[in-house]
Design a protein around this ligand. Structure first.
Ligand SMILES: Nc1ncnc2c1ncn2[C@@H]1O[C@H](COP(=O)(O)OP(=O)(O)OP(=O)(O)O)[C@@H](O)[C@H]1O
Length: 600
């Protein structure tokens, strides 16, 4: 059972008491804060957690609000008593919002860089225009006279009852999303920020995961829109334009994109400040105008400059609150059944066989008829001067790139053109030349991303916290691998606080969580101190003894020569030597390549 921090009780008590002491005016402000917070939670999830900037959240709120209005307002479709059911309005509002989000997601989520935010602006503008042009929905004048919300004989006006309903929705959303983010699916969502290459190499279906985030964010906007329609009892296009989409982003930025509570704080700051400034500024300046927008602009610049993590981050640092939620740390030896393992290769089984691969970039031949093989329980290093073609070869083997000619055979199967995700499922796992960890996530969570394909629970089970056993097994596996590589005492630390050497070892633990039979290491010793290199070499020897095949691309000769079984030397895209370290060190072609000449 998940433990709740005592501050939850305090918060619940405050939220319960507020409408009893606040005036009607402040209750309606609190209602607005709650509705904004719901939609902003979606923005935090999309932009803060998954790294996809969206200006289109307001349009989804509007879609749901308009669906509700169309069903329940007497001036619109007038579908009779059945259509006036708030549950039907909620279900249809959500369904339509999710359908739109799905279609828009299909079109825009494959866009990268600034094309995605531009895409969200485009659909935000289109939906806004659509709301204003449908005459049966009142055009730009909107839909008036929605009936109040009635559930189980109770009427929810814009007073305390509505307040409780809105804030129950907000708290429920926070709990469900928090559960989701601390699960296997949540780690995949958070991995999106570490770059698609890392996520996909760990077996994450990047497009599907983006779509999940997108739909969850749209669903939150949908609930917010439904509540909005019943609270305001009037729906017009104005609150759902691109400007409103920017406001949601501001709320997230002000509150803090790194935390779900940032959405609540940002919404509260914007709603309250706007209200006060709208009264105060005209009095101070002696004239009316949209002055609060100028103040907001300055405020955003100031907050971003002073507290780039937003107000929530600044507060939690000030009061030393824990960041990043509570990881479900598995107890050591807690009797959690181990995850099933794939069939182990036999000793000396041929794991990787690269046969005469050629890769051309225009007129440049980066790899020319390159061949090499790696067996189980063997460490092979590929070395060569800068530009020799090592990274190209690494990309061809890891599924990042496809050879023009030749074959890459992995455990007897040709894998040319297979995606890194498919290769991860087959037992090929990798680390990166420039470490790709999620610095704010714990060591344990980072490692557990590697076990993504070995878990099965999806979004609903995770959000409802019905993934207990699956999650316990994944985290126990992550713990086992961290102990295997010597990081068992750092489970709860954030990955960003580790030294580079430990980060590289953490990447190896993450790769091991996938239960690989081939480890691909891209310059694993780069930037390490002497002692860290020794620790890394020790670990790789241990893995070799356990039957793992290791292929590493490396520049550091001392590291390579003292560790590996065989070396392949490349120059100008070709293999110029292959053999045991002591053999290649004496090879005249190798000496020529490295020293520019050899004395006969
Ligand atoms: N995507 C690409 N497009 C065009 N040329 C490329 C591409 N990738 C690599 N090359 C070229 O292929 C050659 C081999 O590059 P590669 O990065 O594989 O060498 P390397 O041995 O890994 O070098 P380093 O040790 O400096 O990383 C270089 O001349 C490089 O400029």
């Amino acid at each position: 059972m998940r433990k709740f921090h005592p501050s939850w009780l305090v918060l619940l008590a405050i939220l319960a008491v507020l409408p009893l002491v606040a005036s009607t005016f402040y209750i309606s402000l609190l209602n607005n804060i709650g509705m904004f917070a719901l939609a902003t939670l979606g923005v935090v999830l999309l932009t803060g957690v998954a790294g996809m900037t969206s200006f289109g959240q307001a349009a989804f709120v509007g879609l749901s609000a308009y669906t509700t209005a169309a069903l329940v307002a007497p001036s619109t479709l007038n579908l009779g008593a059945m259509a006036a059911s708030p549950w039907l309005a909620l279900a249809l509002g959500l369904a339509l919002t999710l359908l739109f989000a799905f279609v828009l997601g299909l079109i825009t989520l494959k866009l990268s860089g600034h094309y995605l935010p531009l895409g969200t602006i485009a659909w935000g503008m289109s939906l806004y225009s659509l709301f204003g042009t449908i005459e049966s929905l009142g055009g730009h004048s909107g839909v008036p006279d929605l009936p109040p919300l009635r559930i189980a004989g109770l009427t929810f006006g814009d007073g305390p009852r509505m307040y409780y309903l809105i804030w129950v929705c907000v708290l429920l959303a926070i709990v469900l999303i928090r559960n989701l983010l601390e699960s296997r699916v949540g780690r995949a969502i958070r991995a999106l920020r570490g770059g698609q290459e890392m996520a996909t190499s760990m077996g994450v279906n990047v497009f599907r995961t983006k779509m999940i985030v997108f739909l969850v964010a749209a669903g939150l906007a949908g609930v917010s829109g439904w509540l909005y329609a019943y609270t305001q009892r009037f729906v017009s296009p104005a609150p759902f334009g691109v400007q409103a989409g920017i406001d949601y982003l501001f709320m997230g930025l002000l509150g803090g994109m790194g935390s779900l509570w940032g959405a609540v704080i940002g919404s509260a700051v914007v709603v309250l400040l706007r209200e006060w400034l709208q009264d105060l500024l005209p009095q101070l300046l002696g004239r009316t105008g949209n002055f609060e927008s100028i103040v907001f602009g300055l405020l955003i610049v100031l907050v971003m400059q002073r507290w780039p993590g937003g107000i929530w981050m600044a507060l939690s640092r000030r009061f030393k609150l824990r960041q990043g939620g509570h990881v479900r740390l598995p107890a050591p030896g807690a009797g959690v059944p181990a995850l099933p393992r794939s069939a182990r290769p036999k000793p000396n089984e041929r794991i990787l066989d690269v046969r005469k691969v050629t890769r051309r970039f225009g007129g440049l031949v980066a790899n020319r008829e390159m061949s090499l093989r790696v067996d189980a329980g063997e460490i092979l290093a590929v070395i060569g001067p800068n530009g020799a073609g090592k990274s190209t070869l690494f990309n061809l083997v890891s599924g990042v790139d496809v050879p023009n000619e030749g074959d890459v055979i992995f455990r007897g199967h040709r894998i040319n053109g297979r995606s890194p995700r498919e290769l991860a499922a087959e037992g090929l796992s990798r680390t990166f030349q420039h470490v790709k960890l999620l610095p704010d996530m714990t060591v344990l969570e980072n490692a557990a991303i590697g076990a993504h394909l070995r878990g099965h629970k999806g979004v609903f089970a995770s959000a409802l916290h019905l993934d207990g056993e699956d999650e316990a097994r994944l985290l126990a596996e992550a713990r086992r691998q961290l102990e295997r590589v010597g990081l068992g005492h750092e489970l709860d630390r954030t990955a960003g606080s580790l030294a580079l050497g430990q980060q590289r070892i953490l990447e190896i633990a993450r790769a091991l969580c996938a239960d690989p039979c081939l480890l691909l290491l891209d310059e694993p010793a780069a930037g390490l101190r002497h002692k860290e290199k020794q620790a890394l070499a020790e670990l790789l020897r241990k893995l070799r003894a356990e039957g793992v095949a290791v292929l590493l691309v490396e520049h550091d000769m001392d590291f390579v020569m003292g560790l590996v079984d065989r070396v392949v030397v490349m120059e100008f895209g070709q293999r110029i030597a292959e053999g045991r370290p002591e053999e290649v060190q004496r090879d005249p072609a190798v000496l020529r390549a490295y020293l520019g000449g050899v004395e006969e």
